[in-house]
Design a protein around this ligand. Structure first.
Ligand SMILES: N[C@@H](CCC(=O)N[C@@H](CS)C(=O)NCC(=O)O)C(=O)O
Length: 228
């Protein structure tokens, strides 16, 4: 059995990590059986023995694998049916897409919903989250709320390369979803689970794509418990 380790909020069913969501969508895409174990920001005892402290992590047999892109590559190498990448070369080149998504989509989304993430956490994790995230964002978590409409407006420009693909295809990977789609589902679910604020409200093509992704794999993402 494969085990996926993921972060939860104060309510254990609230699972918001964008990197974990990428892997969850990939596991569903492959139709693999897996169970999940949760950690919180301040209690990572489930990962004991792995030497790891950031999720996603998977354990398959005695093997631990971390880093979402490495996990994606590992899944294709270990379970070649229903590939995420068209070829080994595509799996190598995915680093560019991965980094582009993190910088241009995930970071802006984070800035828009960070206060809602904070609100889903248990009290101890909230303290840790504030101490570690406020230096990164350069302001208080609360002050991000008043800036988010403006941020969403400027975020529209970052979405143009994605919208250009969706003008001709149902999915970023063509006629069926694959790695690129799962990669974008990370930030999408990162906002959808804890927040009623929609960073993608300005993009009709991405909202339509999101509905299609919500319908995939027995409506897996649509059925995920939300904090709102
Ligand atoms: N580059 C890593 C990033 C993983 C990551 O940053 N995970 C965050 C959750 S979204 C985490 O586990 N943070 C734990 C902490 O901050 O203590 C990947 O792609 O898997």
């Amino acid at each position: 059995m494969l085990t996926l380790f993921e972060l939860s909020g104060a309510r254990p069913e609230i699972r918001f990590s964008p990197y974990v969501w990428r892997i969850k969508m990939m596991l569903e895409h492959k139709g693999l059986d897996y169970d999940t174990k949760t950690v919180t920001f301040t209690n990572k005892s489930a990962l004991e023995g792995s030497g790891l402290n950031r999720v996603p992590v998977i354990k398959y047999g005695e093997k631990w694998v971390s880093e979402s892109l490495d996990i994606a590559r590992y899944l294709d190498a270990t379970f070649p049916e229903k590939p995420l990448f068209e070829s080994p070369l595509a799996a190598e080149q995915a680093v560019i897409l991965n980094n582009w998504m993190d910088q241009n989509i995930l970071m802006p989304v984070f800035m828009m919903i960070v206060a809602d993430i904070h609100d889903t956490l248990d009290a101890e994790s909230q303290v840790y989250f504030r101490e570690t995230r406020e230096p990164r964002i350069g302001c208080t978590i609360e002050s991000t709320r008043s800036a988010r409409d403006e941020r969403r407006e400027s975020f529209k420009a970052s979405l143009a390369p994605i919208e250009a693909i969706l003008a001709n295809h149902d999915y970023l990977s063509g006629s069926v979803p694959a790695f690129a789609d799962h990669c974008l589902m990370g930030p999408v679910m990162f906002a959808h689970i804890p927040s009623s604020f929609d960073p993608f409200a300005g993009s009709i093509p991405i909202q339509a794509w999101r509905e299609r992704m919500f319908d995939q794999y027995g409506s897996f993402a649509r059925k995920a418990p939300r904090a709102v």
